[in-house]
Design a protein around this ligand. Structure first.
Ligand code: FAD
Length: 550
């Protein structure tokens, strides 16, 4: 009997290190059909409906606090990643089917079509995911397969550096804090070798699949369509910290770039540069590739091993630290599996009723935070960078998350949902896990962690270059307090700079920064330098800036 493998791609848009494609190399398949379905519960797919099916348009997709599930920058990035994969398949004479709709319904129609064309024994393979919505989707897919006697179904774990089956304990025994988890998997001897990209694949079945959605072969057309209800396609500014396009091709190029240059390669200084805010090399920028699966964490690990060996950098703290961060990614995925829905609940993993008075999405605080018009320079710069580019450094993410939850007292889920809409690297476990951590309801042993924005600005943006890049209205300010806290600009200077009427000057959203003592803890005010020297190396209460247990 003929055998057909239907590969339902999810967040695994690559050929390299792909266990499902490896299975094809090992198995005897007569035909192979890779499929991607734009999921109608996460992406606004109405614009792709054929004219005669406009009546089937579903309700506008909104997250619980009103933001879009997927914004224009992220959906464009996803299309770039998908079309890159489609082109790679085409080079192997394989036709990738890209369609849209409710995943299980669409899968059922594809299976019907395949069976009508005598595809024989059909196997449906897909990536295993760990967050609740993705697991619910998987359950629905499994139900479709089970209801059809000629269809076998298989999921594959492939998205983490350390496979879940190599942890050595069941998921309910996952440590509640990162350090214990990390120590349990280091020194990473169990990381499996990446598979090579296939050189040959079986031919695609000769079927033409049609449903109510029409997906053009022209990526730009699809991007235009998908972005139309999301405010239109976004032009990313030249000075973005993330200039890379989506896709496996760009991902491999980025990985190679990051380890090129011997001891001067960006990877060789990662630990010292990773808290940067401007430029694209201060950190790896692997996250967006990892989030859609264009890059495998196992490939990164093994490429780093090779790099270390070539340049006598074994045991180097910089490359170690890249893995340290990749393990955070793994950890949050496993946390999502262990805690299920709690990952998304107000009181978090801890079910810690820290605060019953959090402000909502329509509060002035939440709205001005999103717009980047609070008057707190480092926060506004970051929020505008996020909106314009879909990317934000880890340092800036921590600062704005702390400001929203600890200074403005806004419900952390509003921030998480906004990040979900905007970030090109959105990954539900990393996003919600980090937000919970910052809000004090997740995996942080401390609940009172707060970042003082003035101290952060002076430590990580001492000459204001970052603030001035994204908030050009204060570019001419020469006294640091004026770009750190816009409203401190003397009225005369406000007139000269032309900023007197700006919301952040006239009506700032200060949160705790409104407190005079708090403002005086910033280096921009006289006397700070003396204080700073006194406290050197000794973080003050509530002001620890080091991330996590770094
Ligand atoms: C509030 C908040 C929300 C976040 N949301 C996301 C998200 O949706 N998707 C996402 O990938 N990361 C998220 N992060 C983690 C981190 O900020 C980004 O992974 C990182 O900034 C991406 O840039 P990079 O690839 O250059 O990272 P690098 O510093 O080069 O790190 C290398 C890789 O390690 C992983 N990593 C680094 N830091 C973390 C972390 N704290 N948690 C989990 N993985 C990490 C990423 O895969 C990253 O690509 C969030 C952090 C915060 C504070």
């Amino acid at each position: 009997m003929a055998r057909t493998l239907l590969y339902l791609h999810r967040h695994d848009l690559r050929l390299h290190d792909n266990p499902i494609l490896e299975q094809i190399r090992k198995g005897q398949y007569d035909s192979f059909l890779p499929v991607y379905i734009f999921p109608a519960h996460q992406i606004e797919v109405n614009p792709l409906l054929r004219a005669e099916h406009q009546g089937k348009a579903h309700k506008e997709l909104r997250a619980s606090f009103g933001t879009r599930r997927t914004g224009n920058v992220r959906v464009s990035y996803l299309c770039e990643s998908l079309w890159d994969l489609k082109r790679s398949y085409a080079k192997l004479d394989v036709n990738m089917l890209i369609t849209a709709g409710k995943t299980d319904d669409v899968l059922k129609s594809i299976l019907d079509k395949l069976q009508a064309h005598s595809a024989g024994q059909i196997e449906v393979w897909l990536q295993k995911e760990y967050t609740t919505e993705e697991r619910e989707e998987e359950a629905a897919i499994m139900a479709v397969c089970k209801s059809n006697k000629t269809v076998a179904y298989k999921t594959v774990e492939e998205s983490t550096l350390v496979d879940i089956s190599d942890l050595g304990y069941p998921i309910d025994k996952l440590p509640n804090y990162y350090t214990e988890f990390r120590k349990g998997v280091e020194p990473l001897d169990s990381v499996r070798l990446p598979f090579e990209a296939p050189k040959h694949l079986p031919p695609s079945p000769k079927i033409t699949f049609e449903n109510e959605y029409e997906i053009s072969d022209d990526m730009d057309k699809v991007i235009e369509q998908l972005c139309a209800p999301l405010g239109g396609r976004c032009d990313i500014p030249q000075n973005t910290a993330h200039p890379m396009k989506g896709g496996e091709t760009a991902a491999i190029k980025r990985l190679e770039y990051y380890v090129t240059g011997g001891k001067s390669a960006p990877a060789a200084s990662y630990k010292t540069t990773r808290n940067g805010l401007l430029g694209s090399d201060y950190s790896t920028k692997f996250s967006s590739f990892l989030s859609v699966g264009s890059l495998s964490p196992k490939l990164i690990h093994h490429r780093l091993l090779q790099f270390e060996k070539e340049h006598n950098l074994e045991g180097d703290v910089n490359t170690y630290w890249i893995r340290f961060e990749l393990l955070w990614r793994d950890y949050f995925k496993f946390v999502a599996l262990k805690f299920g829905k709690r990952m998304f609940l107000k009181y978090g993993l801890k079910q810690a009723k820290l605060n019953d008075q959090w402000l909502g999405a329509d509060s002035r605080e939440a709205m001005r935070w999103k717009e980047g018009t609070t008057g707190v320079g480092i926060v506004d710069a970051a929020m505008r960078e996020l909106k314009a580019t879909g990317y934000l450094s880890n340092r800036a993410r921590q600062i704005v998350a702390s400001f929203l939850t600890k200074d403005l007292n806004v419900d952390w889920r509003i921030g998480a949902e906004y990040f979900e809409e905007k970030l090109i690297d959105h990954d539900p476990s990393a996003n919600y896990g980090n937000w919970q951590y910052q809000a004090g309801v997740g995996n942080d042993p401390r609940t009172s962690r707060r970042f003082n924005p003035a101290k952060q600005a002076h430590d990580y943006d001492p000459d204001g270059a970052y603030i001035k890049t994204w908030c050009p209205e204060v570019a001419k300010a020469t006294v640091s307090m004026n770009w750190v806290y816009f409203w401190t600009t003397p009225p005369k200077l406000q007139q000269t700079l032309g900023i007197a009427g700006l919301e952040g000057v006239r009506d700032p959203v200060k949160g705790l920064c409104g407190d005079e003592r708090e403002r005086n803890s910033g280096r921009g005010v006289p006397g700070y330098r003396k204080k700073a020297r006194r406290h050197e190396g000794r973080p003050r209460r509530g002001e620890r800036t080091a991330s996590y247990d770094s």
